[in-house]
Design a protein around this ligand. Structure first.
Ligand code: ADP
Length: 369
């Protein structure tokens, strides 16, 4: 008999066993019906929130029980960002845990990491949802310390690098006297390596910035159109240095609900990559709406991404292992952050690309209700 057969026969088929397990696990576990009314509440939920099962069964989880808010107190319950709402709407488990502040019975808030999945009836229709949540107060404190350290060290490294690059530029400009061709070549190489190093430090800073605020999303209505124009504008200096055109097609009036700084970070990252991996041609950003969603496409005519790598580029630290990519500095952190940010907004990101022809990243985000 196979291992899973054994489990099915003697354990999984007995719902009492299931129930006992859920009642004894250390994480808060609760289940709701389709209207988000609580139908199951385990003792860990009681311990973390202070609410007993008797007090909550039959009530909506948003009814002052868990009422998740972001770190600035904006409620997620009545928006499409409610993790349970999303999982029941999509009929698939949440991709990564979401961090929220959940309400305790005494009115205080606890930082909680929340994972969700839909519950299906026998006919395959979604009949409710399950949420597992964990108190992450300690983890949050450690993450803040780590991120402060990382950004401190990165800034310390960046300052002398900026000064060194300034001196290299000065000598190259000829202001300090004539230099011969060989000296120019050496200094050009030093400048390029400095640029590579700076890009890596920028990635680390981005990472530290993300980690520092992973637990503090600040959600509100956002003018996505203006933000994307700003992102495109901030690429113009680097684009003109590389003699690459920046195309935009961004109609006004696209509004979403989310964290403006985070989304800016995500789109700046996609445009940054487009520029970084393109030597000639153009990069571009277009936006539109479709089926209740904003659709943003970031395109380039750069080196492209081999098909076999396309499924992995959103993994942390993954970089395509060919010469063309390795020549360009990077850490493999950027796209993993982009994906986390888009996931957290209930959106999706995908890539289409052909080596030598360019890449196209498509992001969809729910429009503001
Ligand atoms: P980094 O650029 O620092 O290596 P990212 O996480 O931003 O890390 O990207 C992961 C990998 O995906 C990159 O190393 C590169 O191989 C590939 N990639 C990302 N964007 C592009 C792009 N626009 N064109 C070609 N390759 C890309």
């Amino acid at each position: 008999m196979s291992g899973s057969g054994f489990l099915e026969d003697s354990f999984l088929s007995h719902s009492e066993n299931f129930k006992r397990t859920l009642l004894s696990v250390n994480d808060g576990v609760y289940m709701t019906d389709r209207e988000r009314r609580i139908v199951f509440w385990n003792p860990a939920s009681e311990r973390i929130t202070g609410y007993t099962a008797v007090e909550v069964l039959g009530r909506k989880c948003s009814d002052n029980i868990l009422s998740h808010v972001d770190m600035n107190g904006h409620s997620l319950c009545d928006t499409r960002l409610c993790p349970l709402y999303q999982t029941m709407e999509k009929g698939v488990p949440g991709e990564s845990p979401v961090v929220v502040r959940a309400r305790r019975s005494d009115g205080t808030r606890v930082a909680a990491e929340v994972s969700v999945a839909p519950l299906f009836g026998d006919d395959g229709v979604v009949i409710g949802g399950v949420e597992v949540f964990r108190d992450i107060t300690e983890k949050q404190k450690l993450a803040e310390i780590k991120s402060r350290f990382l950004s401190g060290v990165t800034h310390e490294l960046k300052n002398p690098l900026t000064i060194m690059q300034g001196f290299i530029e000065l000598v190259l400009s000829g202001d300090t006297g004539e230099i011969n061709q060989l000296q120019r070549e050496f200094l050009d190489s030093a400048r390029e390596e400095g640029d590579r190093f700076k890009r890596i430090l920028d990635d680390l800073l981005d990472f530290a910035r993300y980690e520092a605020t992973e637990y503090s999303y600040n959600l509100r209505g956002i003018d996505l159109s203006s933000m994307l124009l700003q992102v495109a504008g901030s690429c113009s200096a680097e684009a003109s240095r590389k003699k690459i055109a920046v195309n935009t097609n961004i109609p006004g009036g696209i509004f979403i609900f989310g964290d403006g700084d985070r989304l800016h970070q995500a789109f700046a990252n996609l445009m940054g990559n487009a520029l970084k991996y393109t030597e000639k041609g153009s990069v571009g950003i277009t936006a539109g709406t479709s089926d209740g969603h904003a659709v943003v496409v970031v395109r380039d005519t750069g080196i492209g991404i081999p098909v076999e790598d396309q499924g992995r580029i959103f993994d942390q630290f993954y970089r395509v292992g060919n010469d063309l990519t390795l020549k360009v500095g990077g850490t493999g952190i950027g796209l993993s952050i982009v994906k986390k940010i888009i996931d957290r907004h209930g959106g999706e990101i995908g890539v289409r690309s052909r080596p030598g022809a360019g890449s196209e990243f498509t992001v969809t985000l729910p429009l503001k209700a």
